[in-house]
Design a protein around this ligand. Structure first.
Ligand code: COA
Ligand code: MG
Length: 281
């Protein structure tokens, strides 16, 4: 587990179309943990150059107070080279690569800026472990809309058709020691559905959720964040563990449950994440 100082929460990661200056400006004041300036799906072909310039301007100007990632168009598209050049010049906190499938081409892309890979094709899911292990990769993100399309699967409330892929992404990310972010929730009116999907993703092991609208940030921060109850429980457990150590015990009973060193580590991790979340708020 990382040292507390190394924590950077990614509970809520908001996509902002890079050709929308009003939304970019708005994103600066929003309580999401990170922003993705999008050059890809949210931008029409004849707006690609405008979006690239908009992203470069926003990155130069700064003022977001949180990491800003840049999503490029895919490797196979005619926009990729210009997008990559813009990224190298404006140095975002990370580059998001859509439809990642080939570990060799991802390896070539590592030019000093952390890489976030979108897993959103059948081949991407099957190769997720190899992709996550490429040096320079900071995290994986699920692209559920593209994945459903290419699987010819159906979007259902419990996401049963996607469960294998979602777990494959978490497994791959955890095995490589990188972050895993869940897919976007398309229905902007359905707060209960969003909440349920955040809880499902968090339960599967994701670190946070990618989002499309400011109204989705609070739910992701709440579900993926550390609650007051968890903080209190972690503090009490740390206290009990300290006493156990002083008595030379490697396993004790606390609040009716067995605790060992691994539970103390988990509690320390919870407190570290909570402190990092407080710093950002
Ligand atoms: N980031 C920052 N601000 C956003 C935003 C976003 N993703 N989505 C909406 N807003 C802002 C709007 O600009 C508006 O601001 P204003 O009150 O200052 O005018 C406010 O939030 C309310 O927006 P609303 O009217 O509810 O939505 P909309 O119709 O303007 O936009 C979408 C709806 C879906 C077009 C928009 O949310 C969006 O572009 N989302 C991101 C899409 C994307 O990037 N997709 C690619 C990844 S899947
Ligand atoms: Mg996509």
């Amino acid at each position: 587990m990382p040292s507390p100082a190394a924590y950077q929460p990614y509970r809520s990661v908001l996509y902002v179309p890079a050709d929308n200056p009003r939304a970019i400006d708005k994103a600066k004041g929003l309580p999401c943990d990170a922003v993705i300036l999008d050059l890809e799906d949210a931008v029409l072909p004849d707006h690609k150059a405008l979006a690239r310039a908009g992203a470069a301007h926003a990155l130069r100007e700064g003022g977001f107070g949180k990491p800003v990632l840049l999503r490029l168009n895919g490797l196979e598209t005619p926009y990729f080279q210009a997008d990559l050049e813009a990224a190298l010049l404006s140095a975002p906190a990370g580059i998001v690569l859509p439809k990642a499938e080939d570990p060799a081409s991802v390896r070539e892309l590592h030019l000093g800026i952390p890489l976030w890979l979108m897993i959103e094709t059948p081949l991407g899911v099957l190769r997720a472990a190899k992709l996550a292990a490429v040096p320079g990769v900071a995290g994986l993100m699920v692209g559920a809309n593209d994945l459903l399309l290419s699987l010819r699967a159906r979007a259902t409330p419990g996401r049963l058709p996607l469960l294998y892929a979602l777990s494959a992404v978490v497994l791959a990310a955890r095995a490589a020691g990188v972050l895993a972010l869940d897919a976007v929730y398309n229905d902007l009116q359905d707060g209960a559905g969003l909440e349920a999907e955040c809880m499902q993703g968090q339960g599967l092991g994701f670190d946070g959720k990618t989002l499309i609208h400011p109204g989705q940030i609070a739910a992701a921060n709440r579900v993926y964040g550390v609650s007051e109850t968890e903080v209190q429980a972690a503090r009490e457990l740390m206290h009990a563990w300290q006493e156990a150590e002083e008595q030379g015990l490697g396993v004790v009973q606390h609040a009716g449950r067995m605790i060992e060193e691994l539970h103390a580590r988990q509690a320390r991790d919870t407190l570290g994440r909570w402190e990092a979340e407080q710093r950002g708020e």
